[in-house]
Write a new protein. Structure first.
Length: 312
């Protein structure tokens, strides 16, 4: 799938013109891949990197263009992703008079009302805005994860369901992926700043790169804080589960100790010889009543002794 954009009077405008200066390829098919590799001379490995979520962010200089691979959060699907926020890659190929974007899933890469206006810096400013858009999306997802974690914590206060614990684990796993991706983007921004003259960035572009570096660093710090908090919460939750299990086992042990002598007494005095003996001494109904009262007294004394020794 292709989408075309053109810069008209300082605004980024969607168009149907195939000769537009900005072309977005969404999950390109075989014919589009052949066009990118054959007609535009894109490196096949670099093109595959733009569609591989495990690739690191980087910048490569080719004879006819500059290739920029960076990380961005994947669009979250509630039913399919099951509390796991994923990462994807995006490739930007900056030619002298053209910008090619390649990504794997169909998302809105420009924020309408903001990213489509005042594009006075040309194609290079569009490239920087796409990176800024990625940082903004990471921040949005991190805040969303924080809200979801708070809701799960409230549910775990009244429920020990493994489902909620697995959701927390997946969210913690997501934060680990996000930290790696944001860090990789930070390295990319530093490389763009170091090679600003080679890419022909203006002083305004360099200022934007400085702002991007600050924003990405803040994004990384925020993700790191949430990751540490979630890790501590998971450890605390595991400790609480173990503590609750220990308390339960202790109570069951106390019950076993209380009923152990009762079982012995009931077994001994329940034999037929003792039944015949008691039948000759008093009516059986009174004998069994005294027997039950004796069991109650023995059970209470056993429990009292356990309580005095601190084993209750």
């Amino acid at each position: 799938m292709r989408r075309y954009y053109e810069i008209v009077d300082g605004r980024l405008t969607p168009t149907e013109d195939e000769n537009s200066r900005i072309v977005v390829f969404i999950n390109p098919n075989e014919a589009e891949r052949l066009y990118l590799v054959g007609e535009l001379s894109l490196d096949e490995h670099t093109l595959s990197s733009a569609l591989d979520p495990d690739e690191l962010s980087r910048v490569e200089f080719e004879p006819e263009h500059v290739a920029v691979i960076f990380k961005r959060p994947r669009h979250y699907e509630l039913e399919d992703d099951n509390f796991l926020f994923r990462i994807s890659s995006m490739g930007l190929y900056l030619f002298k008079d053209r910008l090619i974007a390649v990504l794997s899933d169909d998302i809105t890469i420009f924020e309408y009302g903001k990213d489509l206006s005042n594009v006075v810096g040309g194609l290079r400013e569009v490239l920087l805005r796409l990176i800024a858009r990625s940082i903004s999306q990471f921040l949005g997802h991190i805040r969303a994860i924080s809200i979801v974690v708070d809701e799960l914590e409230k549910k775990l206060e009244t429920s020990m369901s493994n489902k909620h614990l697995m959701h927390l684990f997946r969210l913690s796993q997501s934060m680990t992926y996000y930290l790696s991706a944001i860090s990789s983007n930070g390295v990319l921004i530093d490389k763009l700043r170091a090679n600003s003259a080679k890419i022909e960035f203006t002083s305004e572009h360099e200022e934007q790169l400085d702002d991007l570096s600050v924003d990405n660093t803040q994004c990384y710090k925020q993700a790191e804080i949430y990751s540490v908090i979630m890790s501590g919460m998971n450890d605390a939750r595991a400790s609480m589960v173990n503590n609750n299990l220990n308390i339960l086992m202790k109570r069951l042990t106390v019950l076993s100790i209380v009923f152990l002598p009762l079982n012995v007494i009931a077994g001994v005095f329940g034999m037929s010889e003792y039944t015949q003996f008691m039948d000759g001494v008093m009516p059986l109904q009174y004998a069994y009543l005294l027997f039950v009262l004796g069991l109650v007294v023995v059970g209470y004394l056993t429990f009292w002794l356990l309580k005095r020794t601190g084993l209750d």
